[in-house]
Design a protein around this ligand. Structure first.
Ligand SMILES: *[C@@H]1O[C@H](CO)[C@@H](O)[C@H](O)[C@H]1NC(C)=O
Ligand SMILES: *[C@@H]1O[C@H](CO)[C@@H](O)[C@H](O)[C@H]1NC(C)=O
Ligand SMILES: CC(=O)N[C@H]1CO[C@H](CO)[C@@H](O)[C@@H]1O
Length: 391
């Protein structure tokens, strides 16, 4: 089947992703590619590419001058050879999307990439996430990263970003004036760093998505973020999961939610939320400030009392557009559900778009399980209740 690719003139897209067998044979294959002037998209995600494949691919780049998207994600063995690709990126100056997620990229590769960026001024999306080997190397990326004035998406999750990296990124990221989506999740230094990246996000008013899950936010960094969020009118997606310091302090960020009213996805899983947080949150919901919300993750917050959950379930009626809600506990906790369950049942019919409800960890009686089934039956709905049947 692959044999026909070289013969197709005017080919604009090649996507061979998720085909293991490509690994090791890409070379002979690319040698046969003839008509590539029109090629815009090349996706080779999760193909078990080898260093040899990458060497051939690097040679190919000088022949695909109109390439706009290059996806080499999830090829863990190409880290050492990515240098050669980076050096040839100068031939594809129309590139808009570069995906190097989980490529085993290392500091030397990142340095070459940094140099290449000066030729990639059209870049919209840069993903170097899940490359733990690049931590500590961001200094080398800095100079040219700052010139990417069209960059809209920057994904740096799980990159072992160090405090020195944070100092660099604090200078650079606020200069990316087109930035809309920023993922810094799973980098402990983000929250610990004494630099003020989070407060400087206020200079990026186009931000729609800020993902800071598992970033060890501290009271100071969380306060900075909350203040910056007041200046982010387009914010639609916010992930603060696995940052314990949010618990007891949620009110800081609620002020920003009051203003924006565009929030569509809010993730507060495992944030050690307490009743005070949920009460303030319920008030914001009831005031109609979150009426665009579609996905809400409050899972793994086991400090909230029965009363707190009841109040929350009552407020839910104001979330007309809600489609996914997760209030699971850790499955190992096995807590009896309290009065809030009845409140939830009363609210369910008023959530016409709900399709997913996470209730893991709560022990539901047979009657309660029946009530959920009956709800779907009576209302001709098909809500997927994620419950634990171990009881
Ligand atoms: C952001 O990072 C997290 C890792 O903590 C990852 O699970 C998630 O898929 C990323 N989100 C996007 C939109 O890239
Ligand atoms: C958070 O980060 C730690 C390591 O820093 C990791 O062990 C843990 O699995 C992460 N949690 C999540 C939910 O990503
Ligand atoms: C989940 C994860 O990979 N966390 C990393 C975030 O960054 C710190 C500091 O570099 C690492 O130690 C963590 O392992």
């Amino acid at each position: 089947m692959l044999a026909i690719i070289p013969l197709l003139p005017g080919l604009e897209e090649i996507d061979l992703s998720w085909n293991d067998f490509i690994g090791g044979i890409l070379g002979p294959l690319t040698l046969q590619f003839k008509h590539l002037q029109e090629l815009k998209v090349l996706r080779l995600s999760n193909c078990r590419l080898t260093a040899k494949d990458i060497a051939f691919l690097a040679q190919l780049l000088s022949r695909v001058n109109n390439l706009e998207e290059l996806d080499l994600s999830i090829n863990k063995m190409i880290g050492c050879s990515l240098k050669s690709i980076a050096q040839e990126l100068k031939y594809v100056s129309c590139l808009k999307v570069l995906n190097l997620n989980m490529c085993g990229l290392r500091q030397d590769g990142l340095q070459c990439l940094g140099t290449a960026l000066q030729h990639l001024l059209e870049l919209r999306k840069l993903d170097v996430s899940c490359n733990k080997g690049i931590g500590g190397g961001f200094q080398t990326l800095a100079a040219h990263l700052a010139s990417l004035s069209n960059l809209e998406v920057l994904d740096l999750h799980q990159c072992c970003i160090t405090e020195e990296d944070m100092a660099v990124l604090t200078q650079i990221i606020p200069l990316l004036s087109s930035l809309q989506e920023l993922n810094l999740s799973s980098n402990k230094s983000v929250g610990i760093s004494s630099d003020h990246l989070l407060s400087r996000l206020r200079f990026l008013p186009r931000l729609t998505s800020v993902l800071l899950s598992n970033c060890s936010l501290q009271h100071d960094s969380f306060t900075s973020l909350a203040e910056a969020a007041l200046h982010l009118p387009e914010l639609m997606i916010l992930d603060l999961s696995w940052n314990k310091c949010v618990g007891g302090n949620l009110k800081l960020i609620l002020k920003a939610l009051n203003l924006g009213a565009k929030m569509q996805v809010l993730r507060l899983s495992s944030c050690s939320l307490v009743d005070e947080d949920i009460a303030g949150f319920a008030a914001v919901i009831e005031a109609g400030h979150l009426d665009q919300l579609q996905k809400l993750d409050l899972s793994y917050n086991h400090h909230i009392s029965d009363q707190g959950w009841s109040m929350f379930c009552q407020a839910l009626v104001a979330l007309d557009l809600l489609s996914e809600l997760d209030i699971s506990l850790r499955p190992s906790l096995h807590c009896d559900s309290g009065e809030w369950f009845d409140q939830l049942l009363a609210t369910l019919p008023k959530l016409p778009l709900l399709t997913e409800l996470g209730l893991q960890g709560w022990v539901l009686s047979r009657v309660q399980q029946k009530q959920l089934e009956q709800f779907n039956w009576d209302n001709e709905r098909n809500v997927r209740f994620d419950i634990w049947y171990g009881a």
